[in-house]
Write a protein of this length. Structure first.
Length: 398
């Protein structure tokens, strides 16, 4: 089935969209459930459709090798993307996720909470003495990086190198990666695989209380993870374990700074911290879209999307769908009815969601306790990234 009207086109690189995509999303949703993104690529704009498609077996996450090669080249980064569970379909995805999930279980995360609380206090202490800080380099990055390093058993002396290479790898999680970023991603994959592979070999000889040791011990129904699968998926999990959390902290803090009424509300009732974290994730989602490969023809809004096409589930647009969210463009730290799709859904629901929520709850509880939390200059958006991110969020604190 086809319709005579041409679906609107979405340009994610338009400077106005980069700065604030939400008015454009509203225009696209009003026009229909689909928009054009590029050759053979469609965007899904509305929450109901995005939610349903996250569970639809006609869509897959495993793309042909050529897709990754067009995106990031034919080097180590392309091969890496083809091996990690993010881009695998059943049965491999089921096996990898079942075994990897043991390392990110709620029980494991709960054991980290006291460490996270102590770490947040440690990171805030110098800023409290100085009366100011930039939340991005002084809190939002070091916190989740150090937490995930502790979770995985990465030595403190390696933390900065691992973070730097993981950030370079993160810039390759986009549709078409610039040449300089492709080279950096290839270098990052080589370095991370070699470094984590060496740590894994150490754990084979001597187990510890960390993710690598748990993965070596993980066994279910006689199935285990191979050395390469552990290395590749640990590299991915390291990146996924800190990158989204960094941006959730910075976008949430920036949102509070621009909405002082909501900061006052959170100060008055810190039991709202949990709903506030989910509202930050909804209001300005760090990941704005996720791609799926069409394995069988699928009809959306009277249009048939053919096999071999790409559907981009537009998370940022879905999270602002006025058909489901009351006053979606209003920040509401007490929003209880909040079925956002920032962590995905279905088989690919984010493994690190529980960890991210816990870290966010600790951070915003601590920030809400401050007598002074106000802007100390303009916030600056990060441009060289596929995420909704900030390069700088300067604040006065006390």
């Amino acid at each position: 089935m086809s319709t005579p009207a041409l679906a609107p086109r979405f340009d994610a690189l338009d400077p106005n969209v980069v700065e604030d995509p939400y008015p454009e999303y509203a225009r696209l949703r009003a026009a229909g459930p689909l928009c054009r993104i590029g050759p053979g690529s469609w965007g899904v704009t509305r929450l109901a459709d995005v939610t349903a498609l996250q569970h639809d077996p006609r869509l897959g996450s495993e793309f042909p090798a050529g897709y990754h090669e067009v995106s990031v080249g034919d080097g180590p980064a392309s091969a890496f993307f083809q091996r990690i569970m993010l881009y695998r379909d059943p049965p491999d995805h089921v096996r990898l996720r079942r075994l990897m999930s043991r390392a990110f279980s709620p029980a494991v995360v709960r054991q980290l909470r006291s460490y996270v609380e102590e770490l947040v206090d440690e990171l805030l202490a110098p800023a409290l003495a100085a009366g100011r800080m930039d939340l991005v380099p002084e809190l939002a990055y070091p916190l989740p990086v150090r937490v995930v390093c502790r979770l995985m058993g990465i030595p403190p002396e390696s933390t900065e190198d691992v973070r730097r290479h993981a950030m370079n790898l993160g810039r390759a999680f986009t549709a078409v990666v610039p040449e300089h970023a492709r080279a950096e991603a290839d270098v990052a994959v080589r370095w991370l695989r070699e470094h984590l592979g060496a740590l894994l070999d150490q754990r084979r000889a001597r187990r510890g209380d960390d993710l690598l040791s748990r993965l070596l011990d993980a066994e279910e129904s006689g199935d285990t993870l191979s050395h390469d699968e552990i290395v590749d998926n640990t590299v991915f999990s390291f990146f996924a374990g800190f990158e989204t959390t960094v941006h959730m902290i910075t976008t949430g803090a920036a949102a509070l700074l621009s909405h002082p009424d909501q900061l006052d509300r959170l100060r008055a009732d810190r039991t709202l911290v949990g709903t506030a974290v989910d509202e930050f994730l909804r209001w300005d989602a760090p990941i704005q879209g996720t791609a799926r490969y069409v394995r069988e023809p699928i009809e959306i809004g009277g249009r048939t999307v053919r096999r071999g096409r790409v559907l981009v589930l537009m998370i940022g647009s879905a999270n602002h769908d006025e058909r489901r969210f009351h006053r979606p463009d209003r920040l509401d730290v007490g929003r209880a009815d909040n079925p956002h799709v920032t962590f995905g859904g279905g088989a690919h629901l984010c493994l690190g969601a529980f960890l991210a929520r816990m870290e966010g709850a600790v951070v915003f509880d601590r920030l809400a306790r401050l007598a002074v939390l106000e802007p100390d200059g303009p916030t600056v958006r990060e441009r060289d990234t596929p995420f909704r991110a900030y390069a700088s969020v300067p604040v006065r604190i006390g």
